[in-house]
Design a protein around this ligand. Structure first.
Ligand SMILES: *Cc1c(COP(=O)(O)O)cnc(C)c1O
Length: 376
């Protein structure tokens, strides 16, 4: 059987949904981070495909950063293969002893957070040929209780690493659990300063503490030697009490889709799977070419904000795989082909996330590979 391509249709247009990624916005947001960081260096956090923005694309736009932080060795190698020569921080360190060869070969900086990693590192460094050295980070669990050495173990870990001639430098690191919340950073700072005291003589070890929230809210206390902003670089706020615009950030990703269908509803008619939405009166709805398979959250309830033809309206009914519905009752000029913004320029992702009961991080990361990206 032969496939006959219809004459003239060599490059079909993708369906009308786009993620527009702004390199200028990324660069601008990095400048805002720089203003707060003072003399500290910046790890631009590009984990999770640069929060959905595309690893290589984001790294290019954020090239003025002092280094890039991620988790996955595949990502680090992609950056190296693309010619990136900046320091790369592996936020979860090594997973297997084979990873140590990659650290040496590609000059990667691992965050060491448990004794299993210290053992793998020591063994591999002992047996690895050559005389390359590593810069490493030592992660202190100062209260998040996720990864890192607890207060009673920091000294032991430090001693085990500091004695290794193939470890050139050790940077002390911690991660804040509630830098954006009511608890802030005080208790964790106290713990961190206390347990790292022995590592500060005779020469103070370099330190890295701040995520976006800490950098923006407590810059003097937390900037230390290296900061690690993520979400702010992508133009979203880490706070519930301060918007991205108030911080001076610009959205890096704008998700738009066109209306592909219009329905006129009578009072009492229902919309979508599970018929969860019932029209209280006569209304006009638009059907957008965007669904949960594009990364739009299925759990977004009716009323989640959407911008149609520049005007705010809300979703109606359940989000389905490829489509979602919006209220057009007050936007008579909108019809098939009208563009709508799901988040980004004109509609902060933080607001959509709040309505959907999540955070902008999750929406950005979930952008599906099937959504065509336009770079501006
Ligand atoms: C993700 C991450 C960051 C960045 O956090 P944001 O809230 O996005 O600024 C910083 N440090 C570590 C260890 C992380 O895992």
């Amino acid at each position: 059987m032969t496939f006959v391509r219809p004459a003239g249709i060599l490059h079909p247009m993708p369906r009308p949904i786009r993620a527009t990624i702004s390199a200028a916005a990324l660069a601008h947001n990095l400048l805002i981070a720089r203003q707060h960081a003072g003399a500290a260096k910046i790890w631009a956090v590009v984990k999770a495909n640069a929060y959905g923005h595309g690893l290589l694309r984001a790294a290019q736009a954020l090239r003025e950063a002092d280094g890039f932080a991620m988790l996955d060795f595949v990502d680090a190698l992609r950056l190296r293969q693309a010619g990136n020569t900046q320091p790369l921080l592996m936020l979860e360190g090594i997973f297997k002893s084979e990873d140590v060869a990659l650290l040496l070969q590609h000059r990667l900086t691992p965050v060491i957070h448990n004794f299993e990693q210290i053992e793998m590192l020591a063994k591999a460094l002992d047996s690895e040929l050559g005389d390359g050295t590593l810069d490493i980070y030592l992660k202190v669990n100062s209260g998040m209780n996720r990864l890192g050495f607890t207060r009673d173990k920091v000294r032991l870990a430090w001693k085990a690493l500091a004695g290794n001639p193939r470890i050139a430098s050790i940077t002390l690191m911690t991660h804040f659990a509630d830098a954006d919340g009511a608890s802030g950073i005080a208790a964790q700072m106290r713990c961190f300063n206390e347990v790292t005291q022995p590592c500060m003589t005779p020469n103070p070890a370099p330190r890295s503490l701040a995520n976006s929230a800490a950098l923006l809210r407590f810059p003097e206390a937390t900037r230390a030697d290296w900061v690690r902003p993520g979400i702010m670089l992508y133009g979203c706020s880490p706070f519930s009490f301060k918007s991205a615009a108030q911080i001076g950030l610009r959205p890096a990703m704008t998700l738009t889709a066109e209306i592909v269908g219009v329905q006129q509803l009578q009072a009492g008619e229902r919309v979508g799977y599970g018929i969860t939405y019932e029209a209280a009166r006569e209304m006009r709805i638009g059907v957008l070419a965007c669904g949960y398979a594009d990364g739009y959250p299925r759990h977004a309830p009716s009323g989640t904000p959407v911008l149609v033809a520049g005007q705010r309206t809300g979703t109606v009914g359940r989000v389905s795989m490829d489509l979602l519905c919006v209220d057009l009752s007050k936007i008579p000029e909108a019809g098939v082909g009208t563009s709508a913004t799901l988040w980004g320029e004109g509609l902060p992702c933080d607001e959509v996330a709040l309505a959907a009961g999540t955070v902008s991080y999750e929406l950005l990361c979930a952008l599906a590979p099937r959504v065509p990206v336009v770079e501006i």
